[in-house]
Design a protein. Structure first.
Length: 248
């Protein structure tokens, strides 16, 4: 690896103490992802199959899971599904991204619906991984987009579908805002609702809200410590509602 640039130093500072699990059966991909993430200042642990990934994620808490879509012992969807279904797992609420050498739009939608925040296509670059770091620690990225039209169109496939999906998201956010103060009484139900919301945000390009939902979901899993997650989520929810505009 070359000597780190000033941008690398900034990313490393933003990512201090973040732990990433990389699961990939391809040795070259596994080596690149592990080395590049360490170069950006993260603590990366690697493994070569789904069984090992599941065992590690159950026993240790990682901030991010990078799971290859196809691996011996279970691909990304299988590993994440089993992990999300295990409340005792240390990384049950961790941010997860799938990695793949090829992925159709239909496959990408299925992965987002399964709970992945994004799909990282291989081969990727260190710049691609800087974006990943920013998702895990959003203060490392100054301006997360309220609505990313380009990403949303790539997810939804066409403008008509995107328009319909954003209409549904607008309705969900309006309802969620009205009910927000009561949801804290049911942490499990609230976390599940945030999980579904993150998937909808992925289809609609609501990047900033997806990040805040992920952070609040993780706080719920840790016992709802008051560190400002809920007020930031509420603020971003209202800003996203405003960006979506009034219903037609």
């Amino acid at each position: 690896m070359p000597a780190p640039s000033s941008s690398d130093v900034f990313a490393a500072g933003a990512a201090a103490a973040l732990r990433v699990l990389v699961a990939d059966d391809d040795p070259a991909s596994r080596r690149f992802l592990g080395d590049a993430l360490r170069h950006l200042g993260l603590a990366a642990e690697t493994c070569a199959d789904g069984g090992a990934a599941l065992a590690l994620a159950r026993g240790e808490r990682f901030d991010l899971l990078l799971l290859d879509r196809r691996m011996p012992g279970g691909g990304a969807r299988e590993v994440l599904g089993r992990l999300r279904g295990d409340d005792a797992a240390a990384s049950t609420a961790s941010l997860a991204m799938a990695t793949s050498a090829e992925c159709s739009q239909a496959e990408r939608r299925a992965l987002l619906e399964a709970g992945f925040s994004e799909v990282l296509l291989k081969p990727c670059t260190v710049d691609d991984l800087r974006y990943v770091v920013a998702l895990v620690r959003p203060e490392g990225r100054p301006h997360a987009a309220l609505l990313d039209d380009e990403a949303a169109l790539a997810s939804s496939g066409d403008l008509a579908t995107l328009h319909a999906l954003r209409g549904l998201l607008r309705e969900e956010l309006a309802t969620l805002h009205r009910e927000l103060d009561r949801l804290g009484d049911d942490a499990t139900g609230f976390a599940e609702r945030l999980h579904r919301l993150r998937s909808a945000c992925g289809f609609c390009g609501a990047d900033a809200l997806a990040v805040q939902a992920m952070r609040l979901q993780r706080q719920l899993a840790r016992g709802m410590e008051d560190d400002g997650c809920l007020p930031r989520f509420r603020q971003t929810l209202l800003a996203t509602l405003q960006a979506l505009g009034a219903p037609e």
